[in-house]
Structure formats: C-alpha cells, structure tokens
Write a protein that binds this ligand. Sequence first.
Ligand SMILES: NC(=O)c1ccc[n+]([C@@H]2O[C@H](COP(=O)([O-])OP(=O)(O)OC[C@H]3O[C@@H](n4cnc5c(N)ncnc54)[C@H](OP(=O)(O)O)[C@@H]3O)[C@@H](O)[C@H]2O)c1
Length: 294
Amino acid sequence: MRVFVTGATGFVGSAVVHELLATGHQVVGLARSDKAAEALKAAGADVHRGALDDLDSLRDGAAIADGVIHLAFIHDFSNFEAAAATDRQAIEAIGSELEGSGKPFVGASGTLMLPSGRLGTEEDAPLPTTPRRSEEAAMTLVQHGVRSSVVRLAPTVHGPGDHGFVRTLIDIARTKGVSAYTGDGSNRWSAVHRFDAACLFRLALEAAPAGSILHGVGEEGVPFRDIAGVIGRHLNLPVVSISREEADSHFGWLSFAVKADNPTSSVLTRERFGWRPVHTALIPDLEEGHYFNS
Ligand SMILES: NC(=O)c1ccc[n+]([C@@H]2O[C@H](COP(=O)([O-])OP(=O)(O)OC[C@H]3O[C@@H](n4cnc5c(N)ncnc54)[C@H](OP(=O)(O)O)[C@@H]3O)[C@@H](O)[C@H]2O)c1
C-alpha cells in the first residue's frame, strides 16, 4: 500500500515508517520543515510538505494514498484543548478525502482516556470529559465509508529516543533531587515498546475492520513505584512517597498521569489481530541505561 503517515518524524511515527517500509509498503510522510523532510528521505520515505493546520495539505496527502496513519499531534499540555481541536479538524479533513473509498484510516489515542482504577479493555469507552476527541472523530469516519480504526497507546511508549512521559519524569527527578511516587506507589501504568506499537499500527492498517479499537499495550500494569525506583537508582537520588496533593506542584502538568491507575488489557487486540509484543519491557528498558545518558 502507499501510506500517507502524519507525524512520520515522531517517536512512534518514525518506528511506524520503518515498520511499513520493512514490510513492503510505500510511505509518504508529512513534513512541516526541511529537517523533517530530510529525515524522511533518509528513512526511505517520500515527502509531502504540509502541517496539521494546513487542511488542504492533509487532504492532498490522503488523496494520493491507499491508506492513512495519523500520528501527528501538538503535544502542548499547556494548551491541550487547542491541540485537541487541531487534531479533530485534521482527522475530519483527511476523512473528507477518504469518504466512500473504503480505504483504511488509523488514528492514535491513549489508554489514559479510560476510567481509572480498573482494568480497561478495548470495549470500554473513553471518559466523556477527556478533551482529546481523536477516537470519536475517527469513529465518525466509519459512517462515511472509511475503514477507520484507532490504536490506543499506553501512557508510556518506550525505547531509545523516548521524549515522552518517562523522559519528563527523569527531568523532574533531576530538578527536584528526588524520584517521587504518590501514596504507596501501587498505581499502575500500562506500557508498550515503540517497535511493538509500530507493528500494531501496521496490522491495523492492513486488516482492522471499520470501527476497531486496538490496544497498544505490551504490559498491563507496571506499578509506578517500580518506575520511580529505577529512576532514583540510576540517578543516585532518594526514592520518596509524596501525597496526591503534593503531586500537583511536584509533577506540574504531568501529575494527572502520575496519579493515574491505568491498568489496561490488550487481550482482545492480540486475539483479533495476532499481535504479539516481543520487545523489551519497560523496567528492563530503563535498566539498560540509555534513558540516563543525556
Ligand atoms: N509516545 C507516547 O508515549 C504516546 C502515548 C500515548 C499516545 N501517544 C500518541 O501517539 C501519537 C504519536 O506520538 P509520538 O510520541 O510519536 O509524538 P512525537 O514524538 O511528539 O511526534 C509528534 C509528531 O507530530 C508532528 N507534528 C507536531 N505538530 C505538528 C504540526 N503542527 N504539523 C504537522 N506535524 C506536526 C511532529 O513533527 P516534527 O518532527 O516536525 O516536530 C512529529 O512528527 C500522538 O497522537 C500521541 O499523542 C503517544
């Protein structure tokens, strides 16, 4: 397939580009800068210049493709509602071009949108209060003749080059001089290695029926205390418990995630799509040390 990939230069997107090319697909990656265009060419992808807020560029990218994987997102947590609105408009623009074609569209979302404190499954709906509506927008495309599906990713997609939540936790620990968790630290994060996540996006593109929700979750629930423990050990910092109230000032915008208990199943995804995560689990990945070299 000739696949238009937005966010193709990102942490997950660059792994998806590699996975698609390695399995015989062609990739056209969205690039908003010369640097991104060069990175895509070096990876073996074609380049389509444009940006999330240039809706014509998104429609044009979709028009020349047999399918779309949408991974671009503005990760500005200080203005998340605006980022979510841009994302929704981008999905609608791509969807308008794919309308009636039966072509695949694969969007991204996160398991943190699910209710906290119990094992989330593919059959759970996201909390209605979540500002990010990627899933709803992608599911709307199904009614317009698009084979649309969504991969919900664990809060930590990990591996070398990660600049997401775990990298932020490490930066906060360095700044504060302690590696903290809340309460007894038994709240859980699900996790997935970026190469396993990339494989799942490819499987969704190739085979997910319209309306599918897939869980990009390699590990159901890693206790947060264990994550804080490895970080503290590698940075040679004390590992401490703080209250949920203290977490807001300690972790800033990330405190919502630090406090979350987000165990998530991917049993149905594995059964339905034959997905088998094989790459390093989160704690061994942290133990490898690459997170602490810079
Ligand atoms: N990584 C995780 O742990 C995780 C967890 C849950 C969900 N997710 C979701 O998975 C998807 C991919 O995440 P990621 O970690 O790969 O993100 P990332 O590393 O931050 O990459 C973001 C991508 O979006 C592109 N982008 C940002 N703003 C853009 C704009 N205005 N116009 C065009 N492109 C723009 C970036 O392009 P440039 O190269 O030009 O900056 C980059 O390719 C996102 O929807 C994310 O929310 C990720």
